[in-house]
Design a protein around this ligand. Structure first.
Ligand code: SF4
Length: 417
């Protein structure tokens, strides 16, 4: 079936805001939010034989070495067609809500956060968050992506109260609180991990985003984010969420000085994690998303590391489609790669355009502003010879007049009113 024309009502879904709620200029003494630029630590990659999945890493390194790029891309495209034979490329309309930028974790790649007591720190009130949800719903959003810094001043009840407030007064699918935020909650409450997730779910959390994975190799994490949870804890939290029945996504941020062995270890750990969750038969990873590190305004901006190139992005897209054979969906990251690269990625394994972000603050804090209206997303997909389709978080198709999100407590605008 050929591509359908873009319906008139979808031609110009406006962008509400692409502006970060804070100044973007670095301070005179260093990158934004930092007291001073730190020395660049030396990264020593672990030897191959010491890594988990060493044999498979070696196999895929050999595949990368001997397979011409276009052949790799064609193989990945064939997997996409096998998994999505209808040629549909999905996308979701949502709004990023970053409830606080105060954070104590000091990730060196982050341009978004502010230390406690920084004059530019903020915490959004429940009412401000509710107003943002209402604006987003009026523009067609079917979920919010809600994430924030590791704010030591917010008690666990604040998160539970927020979720209940959203579900009672502004119901919508809440895709929120990445593994590292949940880790903070377990430390605050001293409750077992599964109990924290259960309470969040009962209060209204519907699914968990894959942020905070960066590269799931501790030697890399020790260099770029030494205070953040380690790789095995990130995986443990996602698998605990799956056990509670929540779906999650998985990500990779590359171009921070890691090697191809690190990237492959990351992918293979995700595949093994998905296999464990699928075996248990409850929640799972719904999608994988890779993007490149954006150095502007971060502590790492002057580090001598090879940043991710366009070819890296396409190679990682194709490789991840081939390695992650138990993941149904692969999202592009047009926000970091730009529309043209995203369009190419649709023919190299990806089947989802991610989200039409009505508001985005984290990547834009690093100076990247590839945000576009829905009509443009649909045009890019259509011109790649594929069929654009709005979706919900669980990848169910969205259609005009639907009763609401099929996978969560939000059951339609009448109830929401
Ligand atoms: S990436 Fe997240 S945890 Fe790390 S400094 Fe930024 S806001 Fe904090």
């Amino acid at each position: 079936m050929g591509p359908r024309p873009v319906p008139p009502e979808q031609r110009a879904l406006p962008i509400l805001s692409t502006v970060s709620p804070r100044l973007r200029e670095p301070t005179p003494t260093g990158s934004v939010g930092m007291a001073r630029p730190a020395e660049q630590p030396v990264y020593v990659p672990p030897p191959l034989e010491s890594r988990p999945h060493a044999d498979e890493i070696a196999h895929w390194l050999e595949e990368l070495r001997r397979t011409p790029f276009l052949e790799l891309a064609a193989r990945a495209d064939a997997v996409r067609r096998e998994k999505h034979p209808d040629g549909v490329v999905s996308y979701i309309v949502d709004r990023n809500i970053n409830y606080t930028n105060t954070c104590i974790t000091d990730c060196k790649f982050c341009a978004f956060y502010r230390r406690p007591k920084d004059g530019e720190g903020y915490v959004l009130s429940y009412e401000e968050i509710g107003a943002k949800i209402d604006e987003a719903k009026a523009l067609g959003a079917v979920q919010i992506l809600m994430q924030g810094g590791h704010n030591p001043y917010l008690p666990f009840d604040w998160y539970l109260g927020l979720l209940r407030y959203i579900k009672e007064r502004h119901p919508i699918h809440v895709h929120g609180f990445s593994a590292s935020e949940i880790e903070l909650m377990t430390r605050i409450t001293k409750l077992p991990l599964d109990e924290v997730i259960r309470q969040l779910h009962q209060a209204g959390l519907d699914s968990i985003p894959g942020a905070g994975a960066e590269i799931l190799v501790d030697a890399v994490r020790d260099v770029i984010a030494p205070k953040k949870l380690d790789a095995s804890r990130w995986l443990e939290i996602h698998e605990a969420a799956h056990e509670v029945g929540l779906h999650t996504t998985a990500t990779m941020m590359y171009g921070v000085g890691e090697t191809w062995e690190d990237r492959l270890e990351h992918l293979l750990k995700l595949r093994a994690s998905q296999a464990r969750s699928l075996k248990r038969g409850r929640g799972r990873y719904t999608a994988f998303i890779a993007w490149s590190f954006q150095p502007l305004h971060t502590e790492m901006r002057n580090w001598d590391i090879p940043l991710g190139t366009g070819m890296d992005y396409l190679r990682i897209t194709a490789l991840s489609r081939l390695v992650l054979d138990n993941f149904d969906n692969l999202q592009v990251s047009y926000v970091t790669q730009g529309p043209k690269m995203a369009q190419l990625a649709l023919r190299m394994g990806a089947n989802d355009f991610g989200s039409l972000m009505i508001e985005e603050n984290v990547v834009s804090a690093a100076g990247i502003d590839y945000i576009m209206p829905e009509a443009e997303i649909r045009r890019i997909i259509t011109e790649a010879g594929l069929q654009p389709q709005r979706r919900y978080q669980d990848y169910t198709e969205w259609h005009e007049g639907d009763a609401g999100c099929p996978c969560c407590a939000w059951r339609g605008t009448a109830e929401a009113a």
